[in-house]
Design a protein around this ligand. Sequence first.
Ligand code: HEC
Ligand code: HEC
Length: 292
Amino acid sequence: MKKFKIITAIVLVITSVVACEKILPGTPPDDELLDGPVEGLSFEQNRQFLAGDVAFNDEIFTSQNGLGSIFVATSCGSCHAGDGKGHPFTTLTRFGQVDSTENQFLHLGGPQLQNRALPGYTTEQIPAGATFSKFTPPANTGLGFLELVSDADILAMADPNDANADGISGIPNYEYLPTFITPFQNAIPRNGKYIHRFGKKAAAYNLLHQTVNAYNQDIGITSTFQPKDVYTGLNIDPEVSDVTVHNVVFYLQTLKAPIQRNQNDPEVLEGKNLFIQAGCESCHRQTLKTGF
Ligand code: HEC
Ligand code: HEC
């Protein structure tokens, strides 16, 4: 009797495996996958990649684990869905003034608008007189490579006064570093300021900087790095652990760069030539090398 049961169980398992193979699509080819890790990660690194993936894509914040009190969204993945680009419903709004002096609206909740709030709290409003822009979330694949492009290479591409008269002036963004950031060894600072590179207007130095700010400004989550609560402006206990922050940073650092499809298709090649001819390449470089 026992034997019979085992045999039935085996037969059931086999039929379900066969059935699944028929129903489920096969593993997609590499160039169809956006959210995989770079090759060559160790077992331990893969574990950290997965932990970062879960924290980034699946961890939804609520009032129980620190959300808000004011916020824009409840998880990284709700704006960067599938690690890809966002859409008009997942934009961020930042406000300030037109001239380039220090933002006059920092004491009124600037620069970022937290347009949602937990029950009982008031959402932020764009203050009278402020100008504002909406930003669409970019894809966040391949950023680990960009993090490692050297300052020397960025400076070699810079052209602040448009010396080559192509109508395009690339200007590196120098800012002071927050205290929790250790600069790269090959950094080339100027008067104590460092070239920043992530986010719009290159406002973040590295992926740790961007991640810590995103937790704080987008979800209202404090960390040991950025303990200031967006609502009260007071320092409070961390709502996300250092381990989770580092896992998310590692995840972003090891998300592979997207692979171009149909590279040898004549139409694709023609488009590539047009891209170069039209001068798109002066900003969208075909090749960048990591600097270590
Ligand atoms: C409300 C939507 C929203 C949420 C939530 C959000 N982001 Fe973003 N993210 C954006 C937008 C918009 C930008 C581009 C503007 C900017 O920040 O400068 C961005 C930029 C980034 C960048 C820089 C990409 C680049 O190419 O420079 C990274 C990395 C990033 N986010 C990671 C995160 C992480 C990690 C979280 C969660 C802790 C998160 N984001 C949560 C909207 C969001
Ligand atoms: C002066 C520099 C510059 C030039 C020249 C330039 N771009 Fe861009 N491009 C950018 C920047 C910066 C962004 C990101 C803007 C943003 O996300 O707000 C961008 C974004 C894009 C995007 C969206 C990418 C994404 O993931 O959302 C596409 C597509 C694009 N550019 C195509 C082109 C094409 C085609 C040309 C040539 C006809 C071109 N660009 C020329 C700077 C440039």
